[in-house]
Design a protein around this ligand. Structure first.
Ligand code: SAM
Length: 322
Protein backbone atom coordinates (compact mmCIF):
# COMPACT_ATOMS: atom_id res chain seq x y z
CA UNK A 1 0.00 0.00 0.00
CA UNK A 2 2.89 2.36 0.67
CA UNK A 3 4.28 2.31 -2.87
CA UNK A 4 1.33 4.12 -4.41
CA UNK A 5 2.08 7.14 -2.21
CA UNK A 6 5.86 7.07 -2.44
CA UNK A 7 7.48 10.19 -3.90
CA UNK A 8 4.05 11.67 -4.57
CA UNK A 9 1.92 14.47 -3.19
CA UNK A 10 -1.53 12.93 -2.95
CA UNK A 11 -4.63 15.11 -2.82
CA UNK A 12 -7.08 14.21 -0.08
CA UNK A 13 -7.90 14.24 3.60
CA UNK A 14 -4.88 13.14 5.61
CA UNK A 15 -6.87 11.03 8.06
CA UNK A 16 -8.35 9.00 5.23
CA UNK A 17 -5.00 8.68 3.42
CA UNK A 18 -3.04 7.81 6.56
CA UNK A 19 -5.42 4.91 7.19
CA UNK A 20 -4.02 3.20 4.05
CA UNK A 21 -0.46 3.13 5.38
CA UNK A 22 0.83 0.09 7.29
CA UNK A 23 2.08 0.35 10.87
CA UNK A 24 5.79 1.19 11.26
CA UNK A 25 6.25 1.96 7.57
CA UNK A 26 7.87 5.43 7.31
CA UNK A 27 11.13 6.66 8.81
CA UNK A 28 9.96 10.02 10.15
CA UNK A 29 6.78 12.08 10.21
CA UNK A 30 6.56 15.87 10.27
CA UNK A 31 3.31 17.85 10.59
CA UNK A 32 2.63 21.55 10.22
CA UNK A 33 -1.18 21.45 10.57
CA UNK A 34 -3.70 24.28 10.24
CA UNK A 35 -3.30 26.44 13.36
CA UNK A 36 -7.03 27.11 13.78
CA UNK A 37 -6.28 30.83 13.55
CA UNK A 38 -8.71 31.63 10.72
CA UNK A 39 -5.99 31.53 8.08
CA UNK A 40 -7.21 31.43 4.50
CA UNK A 41 -6.17 28.12 3.00
CA UNK A 42 -7.56 28.39 -0.50
CA UNK A 43 -10.35 25.78 -0.29
CA UNK A 44 -10.51 24.80 3.39
CA UNK A 45 -11.31 26.62 6.61
CA UNK A 46 -9.19 27.11 9.72
CA UNK A 47 -11.72 27.98 12.37
CA UNK A 48 -13.01 24.98 14.31
CA UNK A 49 -14.57 25.04 17.73
CA UNK A 50 -11.80 24.38 20.30
CA UNK A 51 -12.81 20.87 21.33
CA UNK A 52 -13.47 19.82 17.73
CA UNK A 53 -10.02 21.06 16.67
CA UNK A 54 -8.27 19.26 19.52
CA UNK A 55 -10.12 15.97 18.94
CA UNK A 56 -9.26 16.13 15.25
CA UNK A 57 -5.57 16.78 16.09
CA UNK A 58 -5.55 13.82 18.44
CA UNK A 59 -6.64 11.53 15.59
CA UNK A 60 -3.93 12.44 13.07
CA UNK A 61 -1.26 12.56 15.79
CA UNK A 62 -2.12 8.96 16.74
CA UNK A 63 -1.90 8.01 13.06
CA UNK A 64 1.49 9.67 12.69
CA UNK A 65 2.83 7.65 15.61
CA UNK A 66 1.32 4.43 14.27
CA UNK A 67 2.96 4.70 10.82
CA UNK A 68 6.39 5.80 12.12
CA UNK A 69 9.05 3.08 12.42
CA UNK A 70 10.42 2.25 15.88
CA UNK A 71 13.66 4.02 14.90
CA UNK A 72 11.76 7.10 13.80
CA UNK A 73 11.04 10.61 15.00
CA UNK A 74 7.72 12.45 15.09
CA UNK A 75 7.94 16.22 14.64
CA UNK A 76 4.99 18.57 15.23
CA UNK A 77 5.24 22.24 14.30
CA UNK A 78 2.78 24.74 15.74
CA UNK A 79 2.30 27.73 18.03
CA UNK A 80 3.05 26.93 21.71
CA UNK A 81 -0.63 27.08 22.68
CA UNK A 82 -1.50 23.99 20.62
CA UNK A 83 1.75 22.20 21.34
CA UNK A 84 0.86 22.06 25.03
CA UNK A 85 -2.17 19.93 24.09
CA UNK A 86 -0.20 17.86 21.57
CA UNK A 87 2.45 17.03 24.17
CA UNK A 88 -0.30 15.75 26.46
CA UNK A 89 -1.37 13.16 23.85
CA UNK A 90 2.09 12.33 22.64
CA UNK A 91 3.42 11.60 26.11
CA UNK A 92 1.08 8.61 26.15
CA UNK A 93 2.17 7.28 22.76
CA UNK A 94 5.85 8.12 22.28
CA UNK A 95 8.98 9.36 24.04
CA UNK A 96 9.61 13.07 24.47
CA UNK A 97 13.00 14.25 23.18
CA UNK A 98 12.83 18.04 22.73
CA UNK A 99 10.74 21.16 22.37
CA UNK A 100 12.66 23.00 19.67
CA UNK A 101 12.10 26.72 19.82
CA UNK A 102 12.28 28.27 16.38
CA UNK A 103 12.79 32.01 16.75
CA UNK A 104 10.29 33.68 14.39
CA UNK A 105 7.64 36.33 14.97
CA UNK A 106 4.10 34.94 15.15
CA UNK A 107 0.66 36.53 15.25
CA UNK A 108 -0.13 38.67 18.34
CA UNK A 109 -2.25 36.65 20.79
CA UNK A 110 -3.58 39.44 23.04
CA UNK A 111 -2.28 42.06 25.42
CA UNK A 112 0.44 40.06 27.10
CA UNK A 113 3.80 38.99 25.63
CA UNK A 114 4.43 39.16 21.90
CA UNK A 115 4.87 35.56 20.73
CA UNK A 116 8.25 35.24 19.04
CA UNK A 117 8.77 31.56 18.50
CA UNK A 118 7.14 28.54 16.99
CA UNK A 119 7.72 25.22 18.64
CA UNK A 120 8.63 21.94 17.04
CA UNK A 121 7.87 18.99 19.29
CA UNK A 122 10.41 16.24 18.72
CA UNK A 123 9.31 12.78 19.93
CA UNK A 124 10.92 9.39 19.41
CA UNK A 125 8.60 6.51 18.63
CA UNK A 126 10.91 4.57 20.91
CA UNK A 127 13.77 6.45 22.58
CA UNK A 128 15.87 3.28 22.82
CA UNK A 129 15.92 2.81 19.05
CA UNK A 130 15.87 6.41 17.80
CA UNK A 131 18.01 7.28 14.78
CA UNK A 132 19.61 10.64 15.51
CA UNK A 133 22.61 12.61 14.18
CA UNK A 134 24.11 15.68 15.79
CA UNK A 135 24.04 18.77 13.57
CA UNK A 136 26.44 21.72 13.35
CA UNK A 137 25.66 25.22 12.08
CA UNK A 138 28.19 27.86 11.00
CA UNK A 139 29.73 30.31 13.45
CA UNK A 140 28.16 33.74 13.27
CA UNK A 141 30.70 36.04 11.63
CA UNK A 142 31.08 39.63 10.54
CA UNK A 143 29.94 39.72 6.90
CA UNK A 144 32.82 41.95 5.84
CA UNK A 145 35.80 40.71 7.86
CA UNK A 146 34.71 37.12 8.73
CA UNK A 147 35.62 37.60 12.40
CA UNK A 148 33.53 35.69 14.91
CA UNK A 149 30.75 37.70 16.55
CA UNK A 150 31.16 36.07 19.95
CA UNK A 151 34.17 36.44 22.18
CA UNK A 152 34.19 32.88 23.62
CA UNK A 153 36.34 34.01 26.54
CA UNK A 154 39.71 33.49 24.88
CA UNK A 155 38.84 29.96 23.73
CA UNK A 156 38.44 30.70 20.03
CA UNK A 157 41.32 28.50 18.96
CA UNK A 158 39.60 25.52 20.59
CA UNK A 159 36.38 25.95 18.66
CA UNK A 160 35.14 23.58 16.05
CA UNK A 161 36.28 25.05 12.70
CA UNK A 162 32.83 24.90 11.12
CA UNK A 163 30.56 25.87 13.98
CA UNK A 164 28.71 24.83 17.15
CA UNK A 165 26.36 21.91 17.65
CA UNK A 166 22.74 22.85 17.15
CA UNK A 167 20.80 23.24 20.41
CA UNK A 168 17.04 23.24 20.93
CA UNK A 169 16.83 27.00 20.21
CA UNK A 170 17.14 27.90 16.52
CA UNK A 171 17.79 31.56 15.75
CA UNK A 172 19.58 31.16 12.43
CA UNK A 173 16.62 30.14 10.26
CA UNK A 174 14.17 32.82 9.19
CA UNK A 175 10.77 32.86 7.59
CA UNK A 176 10.69 33.61 3.89
CA UNK A 177 8.87 36.90 3.64
CA UNK A 178 9.38 38.35 0.20
CA UNK A 179 6.41 37.60 -2.07
CA UNK A 180 8.74 36.93 -4.97
CA UNK A 181 9.94 33.76 -3.26
CA UNK A 182 6.65 32.69 -1.74
CA UNK A 183 3.91 30.53 -3.14
CA UNK A 184 0.27 31.50 -2.90
CA UNK A 185 0.08 29.97 0.57
CA UNK A 186 -0.39 31.74 3.93
CA UNK A 187 2.26 29.85 5.90
CA UNK A 188 4.96 28.24 3.82
CA UNK A 189 7.94 27.04 5.85
CA UNK A 190 11.58 27.59 4.86
CA UNK A 191 13.06 24.54 3.12
CA UNK A 192 16.24 24.57 5.21
CA UNK A 193 14.19 24.26 8.42
CA UNK A 194 12.96 20.90 7.14
CA UNK A 195 16.39 19.98 5.81
CA UNK A 196 17.86 20.33 9.29
CA UNK A 197 15.20 18.05 10.79
CA UNK A 198 15.68 15.50 8.00
CA UNK A 199 19.48 15.46 8.27
CA UNK A 200 19.14 15.00 12.00
CA UNK A 201 16.83 12.01 11.85
CA UNK A 202 17.16 10.10 8.56
CA UNK A 203 19.60 8.51 6.14
CA UNK A 204 19.69 8.60 2.35
CA UNK A 205 16.61 6.86 0.81
CA UNK A 206 14.66 6.97 4.09
CA UNK A 207 10.97 7.91 3.86
CA UNK A 208 9.70 11.26 5.19
CA UNK A 209 5.94 11.75 5.57
CA UNK A 210 4.08 15.07 5.85
CA UNK A 211 0.27 14.83 6.19
CA UNK A 212 -0.23 18.61 5.68
CA UNK A 213 2.07 19.16 2.76
CA UNK A 214 0.96 22.68 1.73
CA UNK A 215 3.05 23.67 -1.26
CA UNK A 216 5.50 20.84 -0.69
CA UNK A 217 8.26 22.21 1.56
CA UNK A 218 8.94 18.90 3.33
CA UNK A 219 8.91 16.89 0.11
CA UNK A 220 11.31 19.33 -1.57
CA UNK A 221 13.71 19.15 1.38
CA UNK A 222 13.54 15.35 1.33
CA UNK A 223 14.13 15.15 -2.42
CA UNK A 224 17.08 17.58 -2.33
CA UNK A 225 18.65 15.40 0.37
CA UNK A 226 18.21 12.11 -1.48
CA UNK A 227 15.37 10.92 0.76
CA UNK A 228 11.96 9.62 -0.31
CA UNK A 229 8.76 11.42 0.59
CA UNK A 230 5.03 11.04 1.04
CA UNK A 231 2.89 14.18 1.05
CA UNK A 232 -0.84 14.57 1.69
CA UNK A 233 -2.70 17.81 1.05
CA UNK A 234 -6.40 18.64 0.93
CA UNK A 235 -6.25 21.58 -1.44
CA UNK A 236 -5.87 20.76 -5.13
CA UNK A 237 -4.13 24.00 -6.05
CA UNK A 238 -1.44 23.52 -3.36
CA UNK A 239 -0.92 19.98 -4.62
CA UNK A 240 -0.40 21.32 -8.13
CA UNK A 241 2.11 23.95 -6.94
CA UNK A 242 4.04 21.30 -4.98
CA UNK A 243 4.11 18.91 -7.92
CA UNK A 244 5.33 21.65 -10.25
CA UNK A 245 8.16 22.59 -7.89
CA UNK A 246 9.14 18.99 -7.20
CA UNK A 247 9.50 18.32 -10.93
CA UNK A 248 12.26 20.96 -10.99
CA UNK A 249 14.15 19.57 -7.99
CA UNK A 250 17.00 17.09 -7.91
CA UNK A 251 18.77 15.18 -5.18
CA UNK A 252 21.74 17.53 -5.27
CA UNK A 253 22.08 19.24 -1.90
CA UNK A 254 25.56 17.94 -1.21
CA UNK A 255 29.25 18.55 -1.26
CA UNK A 256 31.13 15.59 -2.64
CA UNK A 257 29.27 12.61 -1.20
CA UNK A 258 28.05 14.41 1.90
CA UNK A 259 24.44 15.61 2.18
CA UNK A 260 24.26 19.14 3.61
CA UNK A 261 21.69 21.91 3.82
CA UNK A 262 22.35 25.20 2.02
CA UNK A 263 20.81 28.57 2.57
CA UNK A 264 21.63 30.67 -0.47
CA UNK A 265 25.23 29.70 -1.11
CA UNK A 266 26.27 28.87 2.44
CA UNK A 267 26.14 25.54 4.19
CA UNK A 268 23.80 26.03 7.14
CA UNK A 269 23.50 22.48 8.54
CA UNK A 270 25.95 19.58 8.45
CA UNK A 271 26.12 16.39 10.43
CA UNK A 272 28.89 16.39 12.98
CA UNK A 273 30.04 12.97 11.80
CA UNK A 274 30.42 14.26 8.20
CA UNK A 275 32.79 17.10 9.06
CA UNK A 276 36.02 15.09 8.47
CA UNK A 277 34.88 14.47 4.88
CA UNK A 278 33.78 18.07 4.36
CA UNK A 279 36.84 19.74 5.82
CA UNK A 280 38.80 19.20 2.59
CA UNK A 281 36.41 21.55 0.78
CA UNK A 282 36.97 24.40 3.21
CA UNK A 283 39.92 26.74 3.58
CA UNK A 284 40.61 26.82 7.28
CA UNK A 285 43.55 28.88 8.52
CA UNK A 286 45.12 27.80 11.79
CA UNK A 287 43.35 30.58 13.62
CA UNK A 288 39.65 29.82 13.43
CA UNK A 289 38.93 33.51 13.90
CA UNK A 290 40.16 34.35 10.44
CA UNK A 291 38.54 31.46 8.61
CA UNK A 292 38.23 32.31 4.94
CA UNK A 293 35.01 33.12 3.15
CA UNK A 294 33.94 29.53 2.82
CA UNK A 295 31.16 30.32 0.42
CA UNK A 296 33.55 31.79 -2.12
CA UNK A 297 35.76 28.74 -1.80
CA UNK A 298 32.82 26.38 -2.22
CA UNK A 299 31.44 28.18 -5.22
CA UNK A 300 34.71 28.34 -7.07
CA UNK A 301 35.76 24.78 -6.25
CA UNK A 302 33.26 23.44 -8.77
CA UNK A 303 32.61 20.57 -6.40
CA UNK A 304 29.37 21.85 -4.95
CA UNK A 305 25.99 21.08 -6.45
CA UNK A 306 23.54 23.88 -5.86
CA UNK A 307 19.85 23.38 -6.45
CA UNK A 308 18.29 25.31 -9.32
CA UNK A 309 16.34 27.41 -6.84
CA UNK A 310 19.44 28.28 -4.85
CA UNK A 311 21.26 29.29 -8.01
CA UNK A 312 18.39 31.52 -9.09
CA UNK A 313 18.27 33.21 -5.73
CA UNK A 314 22.03 33.62 -5.53
CA UNK A 315 22.07 35.20 -8.96
CA UNK A 316 19.39 37.70 -8.15
CA UNK A 317 20.82 38.20 -4.69
CA UNK A 318 17.65 39.78 -3.39
CA UNK A 319 16.29 37.38 -0.80
CA UNK A 320 14.55 39.31 1.92
CA UNK A 321 13.98 38.09 5.43
CA UNK A 322 11.97 39.28 8.35
C1 SAM B 1 0.14 25.16 7.94
S1 SAM B 1 -0.21 24.61 6.33
C2 SAM B 1 1.21 23.64 5.88
C3 SAM B 1 2.23 24.44 5.10
C4 SAM B 1 3.42 23.62 4.67
N1 SAM B 1 4.24 23.23 5.80
C5 SAM B 1 4.28 24.39 3.67
O1 SAM B 1 5.44 24.74 4.00
O2 SAM B 1 3.80 24.66 2.57
C6 SAM B 1 -1.45 23.39 6.59
C7 SAM B 1 -1.95 22.74 5.32
O3 SAM B 1 -2.83 21.66 5.66
C8 SAM B 1 -3.82 21.56 4.65
N2 SAM B 1 -4.95 20.77 5.22
C9 SAM B 1 -5.94 21.21 6.04
N3 SAM B 1 -6.73 20.19 6.40
C10 SAM B 1 -6.21 19.06 5.84
C11 SAM B 1 -6.57 17.69 5.85
N4 SAM B 1 -7.63 17.26 6.55
N5 SAM B 1 -5.80 16.80 5.17
C12 SAM B 1 -4.72 17.25 4.45
N6 SAM B 1 -4.34 18.55 4.39
C13 SAM B 1 -5.06 19.44 5.07
C14 SAM B 1 -4.13 23.00 4.30
O4 SAM B 1 -4.69 23.11 3.00
C15 SAM B 1 -2.74 23.66 4.39
O5 SAM B 1 -2.11 23.69 3.13
Amino acid sequence: MLDQFLNQITQGDCLELLSHLPDNSVDITFADPPFNLKKKYNSNGDNLELQTYLEWCQKWIAEMVRVTKPTGAIFLHNIPKWLTFYAGYLNQLADFKHWISWDAPTAPMGKTLQPSHYGILFYAKNAKHLKFYEIRYPHKRCRKCSYLHKDYGGKKPLLHPFGPLVSDVWTDIHRVKHNKYRDEHPCQLPIHLLERLILMSTDEHDIVLDPFSGTGTTAIAAKRLGRQYIGFELDESYVAIAQGKLAQEQANSRIGNVWVSFFLDEVISVRDQDWPQLAQFYTIPENVETIDKTKAVLRTSGKVNFSAESEAVINQFAFELI
